[in-house]
Design a protein around this ligand. Structure first.
Ligand code: GLY
Ligand code: MN
Ligand code: MN
Length: 463
């Protein structure tokens, strides 16, 4: 946890953004895995954590925007809990650690909200993403669980996005720590990408590194020689000579700040010439769009710089043809790059995404595109200093998508389908870094992770 002043300041800044009413933040409950007492790794709600800091279940935080009052609801442990969990600080002591001086037992929450409701106060809450929270909010506020999400407060969503999307120096330092641990995860993986190794062995090893350093993975490890499957969580292949392994993995610290890094490594540690050509194309998309990242520019512009480099590279190889600008405008590159360049990163690996992608990545001036591929771009709007975003271009040869586009006669002027057919066994390449937008440009966060062909090969072949 940070010092209590951090949480006091965050709540004060939220009070400045909100006009009236109360905001309710529920801590996440424990979630059962296969029977009630056998729970998943506990994960605090990121918004509760941002404003109230405490890393445990059993709390709710309430902020009154008219009186300025803040209340933490929670129960002190009883002897039965202490037998199983050991002694814990009281709710009052925990509240004081985050600068809150009024506490009430959890069973007073419903009554407090009812009293506020009868006085005509709006109760603002954020859209829940877990069934248990939907049920609890529904019971507390008088909605059916299915109605809860649509009654979430747009005013609170906008205020929380405005505060949380700009990272301060403490938060940036946390994200850099998370990237530094990802450095060890990725360089360890690079040395293990050898023919015959089962992918799960590498996935388990790097997940172990995340755990060893006191965190957990920030999302289930994506690791496969079938890199054309964008989010492949199946790790059962034995790695084969001539293929490449996409490793997309990061760590979430106890503070919840995350990293999200992708590297692509040739099995056996040497790229062949076909792989080199595609790799250099993805690398130029990554490097050139990073170099262009700066405050005031729309992130969508970075996406199209990457799309243009990909189209140029594929044309030079003979997989695409025609006028580059026309091909990108038509969306022909989406056969190979069918996703967006990236997303915001923070306490969630897709930061703030639970508040609605369009509320986070778009605004009044930048609207989401509907074109296939570009529609998956999670972030399009203007960049500001303090934004942390990922940059993750890729080129994939997805046999089903190639067959579909060809059968539909799509982009015949821009795609050399006969040549593309010969790449159906290629897999995919993605390269992903975590980028801070600074006052004047950008900075790639954390210890540099081998990325060029010579760096990746050197690391893969080192002991
Ligand atoms: N790790 C998933 C992503 O890169 O968005
Ligand atoms: Mn990723
Ligand atoms: Mn990502």
């Amino acid at each position: 946890m940070f010092h209590k002043e951090v949480y006091i300041d965050r709540r004060n800044r939220l009070k400045k953004e909100m006009k009236s009413g109360l905001a309710l933040f529920l801590a996440n409950q424990e979630a059962s895995m296969n029977y009630p007492a056998n729970t998943y790794h506990y994960r605090q709600d990121s918004h509760f954590s941002y404003f109230f800091g405490l890393p445990h279940a059993g709390f709710a935080g309430l902020i009154d925007f008219e009186s300025g009052e803040e209340i933490l609801f929670g129960n002190d442990l009883e002897i039965d809990d202490i037998i199983w969990m050991g002694p814990q600080p009281t709710v009052c002591e925990q509240a004081a650690e985050v600068g809150i001086f009024k506490t009430l037992p959890y069973n007073k929450l419903a009554e407090t909200l009812q009293q506020a409701g009868t006085k005509g106060c709006d109760i603002h809450f954020l859209p829940p993403y877990r069934g248990e929270t939907m049920i609890e909010l529904g019971q507390l506020l008088g909605f059916k669980p299915s109605e809860v999400k649509s009654n979430a407060s747009m005013e609170l969503i906008k205020a929380v996005v405005k505060l949380k999307e700009i990272k301060d120096s403490l938060e940036i330092a946390e994200i850099e720590k998370a990237v530094d641990i990802a450095w060890l995860m990725h360089t360890t993986a690079m040395k293990m990408i050898k023919a015959g190794t089962i992918e799960q062995k590498i996935a388990g090893t790097i997940e172990g590194i995340a755990l060893q350093y006191g965190g957990s993975v920030s999302f289930p490890v994506i690791l496969s020689q079938d890199g054309q499957i964008l989010h492949n969580h199946n790790h059962n292949n034995a790695l084969a000579e001539g293929r490449m392994c996409v490793v997309d993995a990061g760590v979430e610290l106890q503070s919840l700040y995350a990293s999200d890094i992708t590297r692509t490594i040739p099995v056996g540690g040497k790229f062949n010439s076909r792989q080199k050509d595609i790799y250099e194309t993805v690398l130029s998309a990554n490097m050139d769009s990073i170099a262009a990242t700066r405050p005031g520019a729309e992130y969508r512009e970075m996406h199209f710089i990457a799309a243009t480099r990909i189209t140029e590279g594929l044309k030079a190889i003979g997989l695409m043809k025609g006028n580059i600008e026309d091909a990108v405008a038509a969306g022909a590159h989406t056969l190979f790059f069918p996703h967006g360049l990236g997303h915001q990163l923070g306490m969630d690996v897709h930061d703030l995404e639970g508040l609605g992608e369009n509320n986070v990545g778009y605004d009044e001036t930048t609207k989401r595109a509907s074109q296939f591929g570009t529609a998956y771009l999670r972030m399009g709007k203007k960049l500001k200093p303090g934004h942390v975003i990922t940059n993750e271009p890729g080129i994939y040869f997805i046999p089903a998508l190639i067959d579909k586009f060809r059968a539909e006669g799509q982009f015949m002027d821009f795609i050399n389908y006969d040549k593309v057919e010969t790449y159906k066994d290629f897999g995919g390449i993605r390269i992903e870094d975590d980028i801070l937008v600074t006052e004047t440009g950008q900075r790639v966060l954390g210890k540099p992770i081998p990325k060029t062909i010579s760096e990746v090969e050197a690391t893969a072949n080192s002991i």
